[in-house]
Write a protein that binds this ligand. Sequence first.
Ligand SMILES: Cc1ncc(COP(=O)(O)O)c(C=O)c1O
Length: 405
Amino acid sequence: MSNFPISEIRKDFPILETKINKNDLVYFDNAATTQKPQSVIDSLSNYYKSFNSNIHRGVHQLAEKATEEFESTRETAKSFINASSTNEIIFTRGATEGINLVAASYCKNFLKKGDEIIISEMEHHSNIVPWQMVAKENDLVIKTIKVTGKGELDMEHFKSLLNENTKFVSIVYISNTLGTINPVKELVNISNNAGAKVLVDAAQATSHKNVDVKDLNCDFFVFSAHKMYGPTGVGILYGKEKILEKMPPYMGGGEMIKDVSFEDTTYNTLPYKFEAGTPNIGDVIGFKKAIEYLNDLGRQNIYKYEKEIRDHAWKELKKIDRIKLVGTSDSKIGIFSFYVEGFHYYDLGLFLDAKGIAIRTGHHCTQPLMDKMNLDGTARVSLAMYNTYEEINYFIDELKKIISK
Ligand SMILES: Cc1ncc(COP(=O)(O)O)c(C=O)c1O
C-alpha cells in the first residue's frame, strides 16, 4: 500500500462527513461529478465576499483584482495541460461546450460536403450529438470505431475507416462507462498522418492522470472543472493556436470584439474571441484552487493510489459470480459498470443508497454503447482519490447482501 495521505485528504472534503440514513456517505459517483475541497469552496465565497466585480473592463481595484485572479487560472491551466500559450486556453461551460464550439466553428467552416468525421462506439452523448448536428447541416458523414468485447477501441477497424475524406476524429480519452484509457497518442498520430484533425474528450482524464497536450499532439482537448474537484459550469477548450486563429467566433457579444459599428465588427484576439459575454468569473477563480490541489498531491501519486484501490475493487467484484462487469480492459481506471442477472440496476442503486453508498445507474449518457452491448443500463461505481479500501469493502459486503436476497 502506498503512503498516500488519504486521511489528510479526506479532511479537506467537508461533504465526506455527511451521514446518509445514519451511515457514513460513501461517494462512488465521481465520474458524474467530484466533491470539492475546502480551498475551492473558500475561494468561491472569498470572491463574492471580497472582490466580486466584472473583469477586463474596469479601472477600479476590485475589477483589477478579479481580472488578475481570473487570468491567473488561465496561466495555471496552461501549465497543467502543458499548452504552449494562454492564447490556447479558452474558458467554456464544460467539455460539452468545448466540443460544440469546435463542431460549430471548425467543422462547419472548414469541412465540406462528403467529408468524414470519425468518433467511436464508446463516446458520451456530448461527443456524438454535436457532430450529428453539424453533419446534418453540412452533409458530412459520421463513422464510428467499433469497441471490442473487453471495451477497447478496435484499432484495426479504426485504421480501416481512414480515407482521403477523413477530416476530423473526435475521441474520448477515458470512457465514463467502461473506464478504458484509450491509446489517444497513437490515435492522434495515425489521424494526423491521414490528414485529419483530432479532438480529445478528456472529461474523465484530468483528475486521474497526467495530461500533456504537446506530447499527445492533439489539435483540440476539452475538459470540465467539476470532474476534477473544481466548480460546475467551467471548463476548458484547448486548441492549437494556429488553428484557433483561423476559426471564426462561436458566439457574438461583449468581450469577443475589438470594434463594433453597424457597418462592421472586428473580433478580439485569442483567447477572448471565443469568450463572448461575462464569463463564470467566481467559478473560474475557484477552478485554479482545484488544479493547485491536484498539483500539490502530484498526479503520479494520485494515479498510483487510485490504481491500488481500483485493483482491490476489481478483485473483490470478480469474486462475486452474479456480477457481470462491462469493460474489462487492463488499461482502465477505477470505473466499474456492472449488472446482476435478475436485478434491475435502478433497484441496486436504491438499495445501496439506503446504506449511504452513492453510485450511478442508467445508460451514463452512452446509449449507443449500451445498445451495442444489448443493455439498457448498468450500475456504475466510479472511484476518486479520496475513496478508501474500507469504503470498497463496505460496498462489497452490502452488494453481496442485496443480491443474495
Ligand atoms: C467522457 C465524457 N465526455 C463528456 C462529458 C460531458 O461533460 P460536461 O457535462 O461536464 O460538459 C462527460 C460527462 O459525464 C463525460 O464523462
